[in-house]
Design a protein around this ligand. Structure first.
Ligand code: SAM
Length: 276
C-alpha cells in the first residue's frame, strides 16, 4: 500500500464526457478517476499514484483522433495504471480493428494495475506490453520494421528521454502518422517540442484544443542536410515561465548593482596619505 501522501486527490470530473466509450472501459476509467483503489496483478487492491494518468480531456481527444484516423497500430510510451491505454483500447473497440502496444519498464511500481485493466476489459488479444525502457523497446520495434501511425509519448519526463522518445518514435511513424506529447507544460517536454517545431520540418504541428498536449503529423521525409541545426531555445514559453526565471535573479542583480556602485565611489572615499 502507498503512504497517505501518495494517495490520489481527485478534482470532481464530469462522467458524461466518457459516455461515448464502451461500458466496460468507461466504468474502469470512472473507478480510477473517482480515486477508488484498483486491483493489481497480485489480486490485491492498491491506491493509485497521484497524477499519473491523463485527464478526461486528453483521453477523449486521443480517443476521437484514433476513431478519425483509424490506425492499424498504436503505440504509447508510459503505461502506469493504464488511463491512456484504456482510451486507445476504446478506440480499437469502436473501430473494430487495430492493435495497441504499451512500453514501460516499471509496471511493478504500479502493481500491474495497467496490465490488469487491459485484461479486465477483454482486449488482451489487441494489446501488447513491452516491459523495457523506451530507448531499448523503440529501437527493437524499429529493427523489426514495424510502423505505428499514432504514437503517444508519456514516459520519463526528463528532456533527453523525451527527445530520445521522439527521435526513435519518428523512425516508427509513417507519412501521415501522428506523434503526440503529453505534459507539454513541463519545461523539459516544452523544449523538445520547441526543437521539433524548429528543426523537424518533416512534421507539422496541429492546432488542438487541449493545452497539455502537443501533436505533430508527419508530412514528409527527414531531408535535412548533414549537420543542419536551427536554434530552438524559446527562452520564455509563457509569462509564468518568464516570472519564475527572472524572480530568482533579482536578489543577485541587486547585489551586483550595489557592488558596482561601491567600486565606483571607492576612489573618492579615502585617499592614501603621502608617506611622511
Ligand atoms: C505519467 S506516467 C504514464 C501515464 C499513463 N500514460 C496514463 O495515462 O495512465 C509515466 C510512465 O513512464 C514510465 N517510464 C519511466 N521511465 C521510462 C522509460 N525509460 N521508458 C518507458 N517508460 C518509462 C513510468 O514507469 C510511468 O509509468
Amino acid at each position: 500500500m502507498l503512504s497517505e501522501k501518495h494517495q490520489i486527490v481527485h478534482a470532481p470530473f464530469r462522467e458524461e464526457i466518457l459516455s461515448p466509450l464502451p461500458p466496460l472501459i468507461r466504468s474502469a476509467l470512472v473507478s480510477m478517476y473517482n480515486g477508488e483503489p484498483q486491483i493489481g496483478l497480485d489480486g490485491e487492491r492498491h491506491n493509485l499514484h497521484v497524477g499519473t494518468g491523463i485527464s478526461t480531456d486528453e483521453g477523449m481527444w486521443l480517443f476521437n483522433l484514433c476513431c478519425e484516423v483509424k490506425p492499424k497500430a498504436t503505440l504509447e510510451v508510459g503505461l502506469a495504471c493504464g488511463f491512456s491505454t484504456l482510451y486507445f483500447l476504446a478506440a480499437i473497440h469502436e473501430n473494430g480493428f487495430g492493435h495497441h502496444t504499451a512500453i514501460d519498464p516499471f509496471q511493478s511500481h504500479f502493481y500491474g494495475i495497467g496490465l490488469r485493466h487491459s485484461e479486465n476489459v477483454g482486449m488482451s488479444d489487441r494489446f501488447r506490453f513491452l516491459e523495457k525502457k523506451s530507448a531499448l523497446a523503440l529501437s527493437q520495434l524499429a529493427r523489426g520494421e514495424e510502423t505505428f501511425p499514432l504514437i503517444f509519448i508519456d514516459g520519463r519526463h526528463h528532456f533527453e528521454y523525451a527527445l530520445s522518445d521522439f527521435m526513435l518514435a519518428s523512425e516508427l511513424c509513417p507519412a501521415g502518422g501522428y506523434i503526440i506529447f503529453d505534459d507539454f507544460g513541463w519545461s523539459s517536454v516544452n523544449r523538445v517540442v520547441a526543437f521539433v517545431r524548429s528543426n523537424r520540418k518533416d512534421f507539422e504541428e496541429l492546432k488542438i484544443p487541449v493545452a497539455s498536449l502537443a501533436a505533430f503529423r508527419r508530412i514528409g521525409d527527414d531531408e535535412r542536410p548533414y549537420g543542419h541545426f536551427v536554434e530552438f531555445f524559446e527562452p520564455f514559453g509563457s509569462w509564468s515561465e518568464m516570472r519564475s526565471t527572472i524572480r530568482p535573479l533579482v536578489p543577485s542583480l541587486v547585489r551586483r548593482g550595489v557592488k558596482a556602485i561601491a567600486r565606483l565611489v571607492k576612489p573618492y572615499q579615502s585617499k592614501p596619505r603621502p608617506p611622511s
